[in-house]
Design a protein around this ligand. Structure first.
Ligand code: NOJ
Length: 534
């Protein structure tokens, strides 16, 4: 199945809509807004997890893969969500967190009781409390191993200490995970998103990494392709829409993950383009985005995937990323439209993260009390320990925290942004009074209606879904520029990433499809996008 003309909308339920006045978003809140998504025109909803969880990582720490956390609703609500979305021609994709479980999962609890069967579900190593098995670092800070004194063993957690890595080498673990997929498929799901799926295969030997944090030993690991093929075939999900979240991956691996002949996944998220503002590659060190590097990365990935039959998931925003309009733009609607254009004309399936279609911005928090995210709170302390001042640490969080994308969806100018009737678990930015769905849905020039138009165009013009892609204007470090070709047809996409006017090449014989090209002498205004058509 081909997903080239489809568009996916990502929902972070905790921040989408609170239907029962407890300050937390819930499943019924999603059901209540399905017509909004139908108006936008998306084909699928990917919802991040709402399964039973202690919520140390907002649901990415799952304690029961088959039960709904009561804070989000009930299984009946989920079934209604699937059915109501289906009525509107929208398919549901759920988030499968299969690299790790919560330490509250029954499997881990039984491992803690010393049951060997369940010890073998995880990556436990014998040892003494003074020395972790390796020097690998957790992605959320600190060493990646935790000691369990009464077992005399360490367990691996690449993420939070309450997220224990599963042992995929164990066929019983793989069988359990296939069963979970079958369970959800039988509920009428149309697809799945697989959390950090390229780190599931760990090395045969666990040794110190003298060059880094250990990731080179398990990223795109030795059995990952074989495990994925087996998971997909045995659970009967081949042909459904599946997207893998790939951490620090390579182009070659992503081609293998997504080329249909491999029968692994239908598409992959890679994150290299979202590291162009990491100073020395460090997430917690700020620098302005390097647009030349961004262009090169897109060219490499877009052309490279096309040449070898791979397929991209294209995106700027998700629940782990700061808002693109604040990060690459000036927080205003022109930049929001430019960024949308850059992605939606590319070769791949576009993902829209809730609120992106309104031009929602970063949170603008100024005190540590406003933050909720485990990674942000951990790194705040690490930054202070490493000598940053409180001001510097807060400035870094304001740019990088995952909470920037987790603020409540801005439905209206009402108190709490129309998200809830009570104070939400995390507060909205002040700009909800102007940036909100109520203002935008019926305003023809709104960011919302621009996204609607982009989705319609993808379905109307085969060249957007299926054309070849080539990056152009390689020496212009201000403008992301590419052409799409299908037979005799051609599209030119030009996106100005600068706050000032910039020059572009002449494109004679083209007419304007989108943007403000007319009247300008080969010049794009600040943060403006133009699409030309032949
Ligand atoms: C990636 C998810 O997107 C993120 O939110 C989560 O913290 C980690 N995986 C760990 O599950």
């Amino acid at each position: 199945m081909d997903f080239s003309d489809k568009v996916v909308y990502q929902i972070y339920p905790k921040s989408f809509s609170d239907s029962n006045g407890d300050g937390l978003g819930d499943i019924r809140g999603i059901i209540n807004h399905l017509d909004y998504l139908k108006t936008l025109g998306v084909d699928y909803i990917w919802s991040t997890p709402f399964f039973v969880s202690p919520m140390n990582d907002n649901g990415y720490d799952i304690a029961d893969y088959r039960a709904i956390d009561p804070r989000f609703g009930t299984m009946a609500d989920v079934e209604e969500l699937i059915a109501e979305a289906d009525k509107r021609g929208i398919g549901l994709m759920f988030d499968m967190v299969f690299n790790h479980t919560s330490t509250e999962h029954e499997w881990f609890q039984r491992a803690l009781k010393g049951e060997q069967k369940y010890i073998d579900y995880y990556i436990f190593k014998d040892g003494t409390p003074d020395k972790p098995p390796t020097n690998w670092e957790s992605k959320f800070g600190g060493n990646a191993w935790e000691y369990v004194p009464h077992l005399g063993k360490w367990y691996l957690h690449l993420y939070d200490v309450t997220q224990a890595d599963l042992n995929w080498e164990n066929p019983e673990v793989r069988a359990e995970l296939k069963d979970i997929l079958r369970f959800w498929k039988s509920k009428g799901l149309k697809g799945f998103r697989f959390d950090v799926i390229n780190v599931i295969s760990k090395p045969a030997e666990f040794v110190d990494d003298d060059q880094g944090d250990g990731r080179r030993f398990y990223t795109d690991g030795r059995h990952v392709h074989e495990f994925l093929k087996e998971l997909v075939a045995d659970s009967g999900i081949d042909g459904m829409i599946t997207v893998g979240e790939m951490s620090s991956t390579s182009l070659d691996n992503c081609i293998r993950y997504t080329n249909p002949n491999e029968h692994e996944l239908s598409m992959a998220f890679s994150f290299h383009h979202l590291k162009v503002d990491y100073k020395d590659g460090q997430k917690w060190e700020l620098m302005p985005p390097d647009i030349a590097a961004l262009k090169k990365l897109f060219a490499t990935w877009q052309e490279g995937m096309a040449a070898a039959g791979g397929w991209n998931a294209v995106f700027w925003c998700n629940h782990d990323q700061p808002r693109a309009v604040s990060r690459f733009g000036d927080g205003q609607s022109t930049a929001a439209k430019m960024l949308a254009t850059a992605i939606h004309f590319m070769r791949g399936t576009p993902y829209i993260y809730q609120g992106e279609e309104l031009g929602m911005t970063n949170a603008g928090y100024t005190s540590i009390e406003q933050y909720r995210d485990v990674e942000s709170l951990n790194y705040y302390n690490i930054m202070l320990k490493n000598g940053k001042t409180v001001e510097q640490a807060l400035e870094t969080l304001a740019a990088r925290s995952r909470d920037n994308s987790r603020t409540p969806m801005q439905w209206s100018a009402d108190k709490y942004a129309g998200f809830s009737t009570v104070e939400p678990w995390i507060i909205p930015p002040d700009n909800y009074t102007s940036i909100n769905a109520q203002n935008e849905v019926d305003a023809p020039d709104s960011v919302f209606n621009y996204y609607r138009q982009l989705i319609k165009l993808r379905k109307a013009l085969k060249i957007i879904a299926d054309g070849d892609i080539k990056f152009i204007e390689p020496n212009n470090n201000d403008v992301l520029a590419y052409e799409r070709t299908l037979g005799d047809e051609k599209l030119i996409v030009l996106c100005n990433f600068r706050e000032h006017n910039v020059k572009v090449d002449a494109y004679d014989g083209f007419e304007k499809l989108l943007g403000n090209y007319d009247g300008l002498e080969r010049e794009l205004r600040p943060f403006e996008a133009v699409v030309l058509k032949k």
